[in-house]
Unconditional design. Structure first.
Length: 94
């Protein structure tokens, strides 16, 4: 089995799991009881998408998609930093 065939099989096998996890994360983003739960769900969505983009990049042999996945992961990290800074700046009782 070639690498392309292996990756294609993995993408097809994991696609229902990706769709299920993205829908559950979306529910958590919408109904999250706190901002930390929402940020965690957005992080999970982002990193799942980065993994899927990486698999598609291997399958299609397009290196630029790996750059896109890496930049998406870095944007998610920056979001974490800004939210942490926002939460740190508030008073503990609020």
């Amino acid at each position: 089995m070639t690498v392309e065939g292996f990756v294609n099989t993995i993408i097809i096998a994991l696609l229902p799991a990706f769709i299920l996890s993205l829908s559950l994360y979306t529910v958590r983003v919408i109904k999250g009881p706190s901002i930390t739960d929402m940020v965690l769900a957005i992080d999970c969505i982002t990193y799942d998408l980065c993994f899927l983009i990486g698999l598609i990049s291997i399958l299609l042999k397009i290196g630029f998609l790996m750059v896109a996945a890496l930049s998406l992961a870095l944007w998610a990290y920056v979001l974490d930093l800004y939210v942490a800074k926002y939460l740190e700046g508030r008073e503990m009782g609020d």
